[in-house]
Design a protein around this ligand. Structure first.
Ligand code: C2O
Length: 593
């Protein structure tokens, strides 16, 4: 667990992250060399430092040893850095190596009939600049869209599906983008054998933003309407808590997909905390479903997302394993909605319930429209830390996409931070979760006193017993590093974070476990004691069945206030397994700034 201290206004930082001038795919070997040079001599962590030399131009990132050596200055001083090493070296993720295409697999290890990497480009890759536009495209809420809009989207999609499968703009190829980037079709450029993965880390939001951007521009081009905007599934609003009708009501529509959960068809309500083992249980009563969902949204967007790394996810650098820590929205509700939407009749959860096939369902792009909207909304909330990451390695990470003219382009994370610069915004819809603070169980405050006396009773699992297989509800006593009331300013600066680490699980299973503080009764996501949960979407890695160094980080400052535990030396943490087999390495509480 690290921290990122912002010492300068955001505006100047982007310009201090010069972007490497990539021009040709054929530079692979040279660029590999340049990585080695960079990794041994440049620090880019102190992007807000005034020590940054004024001659920083993109040329310094080209493989010119002399110039690189001149910059052999450790400018990480004064920064706590995101990772364990404050002097970490400049090292963005440079997208896929287009010369390597791995064979993705089904959950039982059977190779997919097709590989899913993008077709080779006959022309050079271009560094992408969003073209000028005259009018902002407004992405509508799916449940509010009118007939005319639905007909238009249907027409655009039908044209996309009509393109030859080898055309990189065809629906098949668009769906394959997700398979390649999210189901280990690619290796990282410059690092053969190191799989590229845009989930479980801080590339999650920017990758999907660019993906949707090109999907939308291709659709607009096909129908000759550059203002066409894709819809978003407004799953954070009570009116949007079912599969949107435009995708389900007409089996002949191009928006329809037969590979969806038969059970969860409208009007079946969407449970943002869904887990696979609930499939056969009766649904929650509608009122409780809505209340739980709004409390979940509040937790994932407000109380649990006060720090950048909690919201965006763990850092991921070129050639390295990411810190496998999902951001709040990626884990819940994004993963839950994938699993809930896929068909329980299909062995691999197709389409939405598996990364290789998720992009085959048009509803996928609407799910992600709202994920993308959450990024914009989070930045507009008043919290002091609600702004984009300023680490150059995040800003300079890149992906490759085909644009609406079938040109292969390289896009940079730092160029997608503002949707208005990309030419679109979201329809304004109210945010009923914004002030939907969950309430503590009325019994909590009373019971807290008896708990400390209770510590020696049986039933508690000592922390020294970890790692443990989470086969049953497990309660541990965890010490807090600092106790006593903190001021508002201190809380804004530092979030108290519960870290569940060393999470070991089978990636091919839908996993979920829930975490409660000072509550062993599983009172559900609508109560303050519910700290959050860990959820995954099944997929198969070509290299590994297990992900290393997986952790769940839950912001609990506000929770501790709400349950009256701010003065306590210890808290009871209860882990409740819901689905899949999980081993837990350890639990601790830290402070994150
Ligand atoms: Cu790349 Cu919803 O996942």
């Amino acid at each position: 667990m690290g921290s990122l201290v912002l010492t300068q206004p955001l505006a100047i930082t982007t310009s201090l992250c010069p972007f490497p001038a990539h021009t040709k795919t054929t530079l692979n070997t040279k660029r590999r060399q340049s990585h080695i040079i960079r990794r041994s001599s440049i620090s880019c962590n102190n992007h807000a430092s005034s020590n940054q030399s004024s001659d920083e131009t993109s040329s310094q990132y080209r493989p010119q040893l002399g110039k690189v050596e001149r910059r052999n200055v450790l400018i990480g001083l004064g920064m706590t850095g995101l990772g364990s090493n404050p002097l970490a070296l400049a090292n963005p993720v440079n997208g896929p190596d287009t010369n390597i295409c791995n064979q993705p697999k089904l959950l039982d290890g059977t190779p997919l009939p097709d590989k899913c990497c993008a077709p080779k480009s006959s022309s050079d890759i271009i560094d992408y600049k969003p073209p000028p536009f005259t009018k902002l495209r407004v992405r509508p809420a799916a449940h509010k869209a009118d007939k005319e809009y639905i007909a238009k989207y249907n027409e655009a999609l039908s044209m996309m599906k009509g393109l030859d499968d080898t055309d990189p703009r065809s629906f098949k190829q668009q769906a394959d983008v997700h398979c390649a980037y999210c189901n280990y079709g690619y290796d990282q450029d410059g690092y053969p054998g190191v799989e590229l993965q845009v989930h479980f880390n801080w590339l999650f939001f920017p990758f999907h933003r660019w993906y949707l951007y090109f999907y939308e521009r291709i659709l607009g081009k096909l129908i000759g309407d550059p203002d066409f905007a894709i819809p978003f599934w407004n799953w954070d609003h009570p009116d949007g808590m079912t599969m949107p009708a435009m995708f389900t009501s007409d089996p002949n529509s191009d928006l329809y997909d037969v590979n969806r959960s038969p059970k969860h068809q409208p009007p079946y309500g969407l449970d943002l905390e869904y887990n696979k083992d609930n499939l056969c249980k009766p649904p929650k009563p509608y009122k409780q479903l809505v209340e739980d969902n709004l409390a979940t949204m509040y937790r994932q967007m407000v109380s649990g997302a006060s720090q950048q790394l909690l919201f965006f996810g763990g850092e991921y650098k070129g050639g390295e394993e990411p810190v496998n820590q999902m951001g709040t929205i990626e884990s819940t509700p994004h993963n839950n909605i994938h699993v809930w939407s896929g068909s329980e009749k299909n062995p691999n959860g197709e389409d939405m319930g598996n990364f290789y096939s998720a992009g085959r369902d048009p509803m996928f792009y609407a799910l992600h429209g709202n994920v993308d909207r959450m990024w914009s909304i989070w930045k507009s909330l008043p919290g002091k830390n609600n702004r984009d990451i300023t680490d150059c390695d995040w800003l300079n990470s890149t992906f490759l996409f085909y644009d609406e003219n079938a040109q292969l382009v390289r896009v940079r994370v730092g160029d997608c931070l503002d949707t208005e610069k990309l030419g679109y915004v979201y329809e304004q819809v109210d945010l009923p979760w914004l002030n939907y603070k969950p309430r503590a169980k009325s019994s909590t405050l009373l019971r807290r006193q008896t708990r400390s006396a209770d510590q020696s009773r049986g039933g508690l699992t000592p922390l020294t017993d970890f790692p443990i297989k989470l086969t049953k509800k497990t309660t541990v006593l965890v010490a807090r590093p600092k106790k006593g009331k903190r001021s508002k300013a201190e809380k804004e600066k530092e979030e108290e974070v519960l870290v569940v680490e060393g999470i070991d699980f089978d990636m091919t299973k839908a996993v979920k476990f829930d975490v409660y503080i000072n509550d062993e009764d599983e009172s559900g996501p609508g109560k303050s004691e519910f700290a959050g949960s860990f959820t995954t979407v099944p997929h198969f890695s070509t290299n590994k069945k297990k992900m290393p160094n997986v952790k769940l980080t839950l912001g609990i400052t506000e929770l501790l206030e709400d349950v009256g535990a701010e003065d306590d030396d210890n808290v009871f943490v209860t882990l409740v397994p819901k689905s899949g087999n999980v081993t837990i390495g350890g639990i601790k509480i830290v402070f994150l700034s």
